[in-house]
Design a protein around this ligand. Sequence first.
Ligand code: SF4
Length: 370
Amino acid sequence: MFIRLDALSVWRNKEVKERLNWYYQVMCNIKPAKFLICKRLPSTIDLKNSSEDELWREHEILSKNFQEVYNKINSNELKLDEMEKPSQNFLDLKAELLKRIITHCHLCEWRCGVNRIEGKRKGACKLNSLTRVSTWFHHYGEEPPLVGIGGSGTIFFTGCTFRCCFCQNWDISQDPLNGAEVDSKKLAIIMKNLREEGAHNINFVGGEPTMHLHTILDGMKILNVNVPMLWNSNMYCSLEAMKILIDVIDIWLPDFKYGNDSCAIRLSKVPKYFSVVSRNHAIAQAQGDMIIRHLVLPNHVECCTKPVLEWISKNCKRALVNIMAQYHPDHLVLSQPSKYPEICRRPSNEEMREAYKYAEELGLIYEPVS
Ligand code: SF4
C-alpha cells in the first residue's frame, strides 16, 4: 500500500485541524456530511407544479433551516439519527431546481440560456444535459489533508467553462465527448465504491464539475454512505449554482488563478473573471472549510499572484492556501511560434520565493503541511 507520511502527520498541525474541523469530523465519520443533513430536512412544496421563483423561495427558507440544524449538529446539540426521514426533502428541491436551470442554462456565469435537455450542445461548455466522466480513482497527489491513507476519491468530469491555453488536462477539459456517459445511478455507485474502498472524500473535478451539477445532486440523492463532498472547481459557478452547492459541500478546493480580468481573457478566454471568482470564494469561505489553490504562472507574479494573495488575506481569513509551483508549458502554449511567449517556461525559483515571501508577509498559511 502507498502511504504519504505528510498526509498522516498533517492532522497534528493544530491550525490545519482547526480550519478544516468540519471536514475532518465528516472524514472520520464523527459527523454526517452536509448532503445527509439536507436529506432530513422536509420540503412540502409541490415540486412539479411550482414555478422556479416559488421553488427558490422555498429554497431560501430551507437554506436557513439547514444552517440552524447544521449548527446544532456541529455543536453536538443534535444528532442526525434523532431527525426523521421526510418523504420529500431539501435535496429533492435542489435537484428539481437544477432540472429547471439547465433548460435555460445558467449553471455558470457564461449564462448561455440554452436548453441543454434538448440535446444540442450550444453553450460555451459545448455540453448537453448528459454527463460524461473521463476517469475516477483514489488520488494520492492532492494536498495532505485530502489524501490520508485511502486517497482522495477523485472523479474527473468532461468539459470546462474555461479555455485555458496552458491546460494540463486539455484532453478532458476541451473535448466534451471524452470519457463515458454516467447517469446519477452510476455516479452514486462510483461514489459509494470509492468511499467503501477507503477514499477520504469525493473530489468533484474535471475539466470542471459545475456543468454536471444536476447529475451530481441526483447522485447524492441516491448515495447512502457518509463521505465529505469536495468541490474542486474554477469557481466560475453562477450565484444560483453556489446557492445549491453551499448546503452540500463539506470542503472547497477552488482555483484562484488571475488577479485581473485582462490576464483571464488572454489566457483562459473568460470574461468578468475577478468579480465572479472572488464573489464565489467569499460565499464559500463564509460557509465552509477551504483550501485555495493558486498556480504561479511565470511573469504573472505582480499582476496575478500578489493581487490574488492579497485578496485572500483580506477576504478568506480562515482558508488555507496552496501556492503551486508545478506549472509547465502545455497545450496551446506549445504551438510554434507560441502566442503566449511569457508563459513558455516554468516559474523560476526567484518567482516562487517571491510568492512565498509575499504570502508570509500577508500572514497566510500557504502550505497545508504538518
Ligand atoms: S454550464 Fe455554463 S457554459 Fe455550459 S451551457 Fe450552462 S451557462 Fe453555458
